[in-house]
Design a binder for this molecule. Structure first.
Ligand code: OXD
Ligand code: MN
Length: 590
């Protein structure tokens, strides 16, 4: 039964139905009965496996093809009408050409399949921040994941209304999961996403990276708000006041861990608490009070499983204890549960690995779980989920934090002199490749605002939009900082303990926002006085901390060269303000 009378939805649905020619169409209302029936069907067909319902109630296991386990940036396109609007950091194709090419792949692709019509809201229903999408898919796995990751079901159509045309049109088909015909295409000017030949999360849960970052960043530029690859966390002081921070890091820098951090004893004892609002995406807009407010548009966590354990991220692990979907982890046959590298020191003897082969974790040299295996867990499962998580008004942001993985260059923390300088600091974000990734070690990869794979338009214009937002916010703008948890000593060991102890740095950041802490001016920005970072209860000397805050000018001079080269890509779309900031940095280092 149709769940909406909205003529824009119905017209589009008619066109897509004519294209993919499904055997049957099912509208997803989001009811418990319907979801149960779909779970049962997926279990019956073997698409999903039901896990131990005593130990892991409501949990399911799924495996994707070995050739389909990650986002595919090389096959991700921004199809704006003009090539220059996609910019130098995105793959581009003419929308007409791409619609035609994919049209052939979609033609009749669902003729033996059911098409599910998934209405969903990114953001709480009823919030001014929120936006509606509709995803058409031939995958039950997608329906069940979207139920966790978004506000899915008929209320999303209520949010849209009977007239509005402001919804994102998502079309997904697994097709044959043919990696040579895999495409993840965005048509920002048409509010449209077409994804085909993948069944892996990041490519097929169209609400997440595709909509909430690529399409939404483009919408945000046109509508005066921002969609960012940022976690949102709140720090509550003993008086019960909560201050919120947004932070952007490239992949593999511990974003989910920071979002759910457990305060060190010294802060816990005093009554400090940390609250998670989001672990991956923030939508930000100026509130009626002139400040910047944020919501997490998602409703769950699509987290990397390996390395998650009771020590590294207790709260994430707890979040996966019920109603969670595990993808590409190892299946422990002894008790029908799951396992992944870094969970504990007891890999199962009788297990199935992520490829579906028998696996003895006590003897095998192969990995049981894929390094990018995932859990899809409801946000409400998280022990430290913020009481404001569903607040339609979002939370007011005091500080924006950028960070990357740098062995020597970036200090533990520094503050930008002002918003414009802060945009510069975000634009030069970078990570050095580690031995874990393929390719050379220590190569600097620039990833501005951690948005390199997620910005749906020209990145030069994106920087311009950041500068515009700063003008609107004026003196109400959040303060901007950069952190680096990954400085190493001469033997390559991390110097800073990281994890919960990162809160010590966040505390200085909040003190700066409230004008309570001093700073020293350096060529790159403001740094803490070493004695202003609380080291109580930590086995780290003041001298070591001084080393962590050291600015190595010759190294930074090298970095300036790399930044110039990177900036060169943007041509005349690079805002002049950023070129000025780069020249200023260069001069400060002399
Ligand atoms: C993610 C990513 O999956 O950033 O969140 O790659
Ligand atoms: Mn991410």
């Amino acid at each position: 039964m149709e769940l909406t009378k909205n003529p824009n939805v119905l017209k589009w649905l008619e066109e897509m139905t004519a294209l993919v020619k499904p055997a049957k169409t099912v509208w997803i209302d989001g009811s418990a009965e319907q979801l149960k029936a779909l779970r049962d069907e997926a279990i019956a067909t073997g698409e999903m496996e039901e896990l131990n319902q005593e130990k892991l109630p409501g949990c399911l296991l799924h495996r994707t093809r070995p050739s389909d386990v990650a986002r595919v940036e090389g096959r991700t396109f921004i199809c704006s009408r003009r090539k220059e609007d996609a910019g130098p950091t995105n793959n581009w194709e003419d929308p007409k050409v791409m619609y035609e090419k994919l049209g052939k792949l979609y033609d009749g692709v669902m003729k033996d399949r059911t098409m599910y019509v998934i209405p969903y809201s990114m953001g709480p229903i009823g919030s001014e921040f929120s936006k509606v999408g509709v995803e058409l898919t031939d995958s039950i796995y997608v329906v069940l994941n979207m139920d966790i990751m978004t506000r899915m079901g008929k209320d999303a159509f209520k949010q849209l209304g009977d007239e509005s045309n402001d919804f994102v049109r998502g079309l997904h088909s697994k097709a044959n999961i043919d990696e040579n015909e895999r495409y993840i295409c965005h048509f920002p000017e048409d509010n449209t996403i077409w994804s085909i030949n993948s069944a892996y999360g990041g490519n097929v849960l169209l609400g997440k990276k595709c909509f909430a970052l690529r399409i939404a960043s483009y919408q945000g530029k046109n509508e005066g708000w921002m969609a960012e690859h940022m976690l949102i966390l709140g720090i509550e002081n003993p008086k019960g006041e909560v201050k919120y921070i947004c932070a952007a890091f490239p992949s593999a820098c511990g974003k989910t861990n920071l979002a759910m951090l457990i305060p060190p004893e010294i802060y816990k004892k005093k009554g400090y608490k940390v609250w998670t609002v989001g672990d991956d995406i923030a939508w930000l807009r100026q509130g009626p009070d002139g400040r910047l407010w944020a919501i997490n548009p998602e409703n769950g966590f699509f987290g990397v499983a390996p390395g998650t354990n009771a020590k590294s991220n207790f709260n994430a692990l707890e979040s996966t204890r019920k109603n969670t979907i595990f993808t590409n982890v190892a299946h422990n046959l002894d008790d029908n549960t799951v396992w992944w590298e870094g969970l504990d020191k007891n890999p199962p003897k009788h297990a199935v690995d992520w490829k579906g082969n028998p696996w003895d974790g006590t003897a095998s040299t192969e990995k049981g779980a894929h390094p990018n295996s995932r859990f899809t867990a409801p946000a409400i499962n998280c022990p430290c989920i913020s009481p404001e998580f569903n607040n339609p008004n979002g939370v007011p942001i005091s500080a924006i934090v950028f960070g990357g993985r740098r062995a020597k260059t970036a200090p533990l923390v520094y503050q930008a002199r002002d918003w414009q300088h802060g945009v510069f600091v975000g634009s030069i974000m970078a990570s050095e490749t580690t031995a874990a990734a393929s390719g050379a070690v220590g190569v600097v990869r620039r990833d501005p605002m951690a948005m390199l794979p997620f910005c749906g338009y020209h990145m030069g214009d994106y920087f311009g939009h950041w500068l515009e937002m700063g003008k609107k916010l004026g003196d109400k703008a959040p303060k901007i900082f950069n952190v680096n948890w990954f400085r190493t000593d001469d033997e390559g060991h991390f110097i800073w303990p990281g994890f919960g102890d990162n809160m010590r740095v966040l505390m200085w950041i909040l003190d700066r926002c409230e004008g309570k802490a001093d700073a020293v001016e350096t060529p790159i920005g403001y740094e803490p006085k070493p004695e202003d970072i609380n080291l109580e209860g930590l086995d780290l000397s003041l001298d070591t901390l001084k080393g962590l805050l050291d600015v190595d000018k010759p190294l930074w001079k090298e970095d300036v060269k790399g930044i110039r080269e990177f900036y060169g890509k943007f041509g005349d779309r690079l805002p002049k303000e950023l070129a000025d900031e780069l020249n200023k940095l260069d001069k400060n280092l002399d």
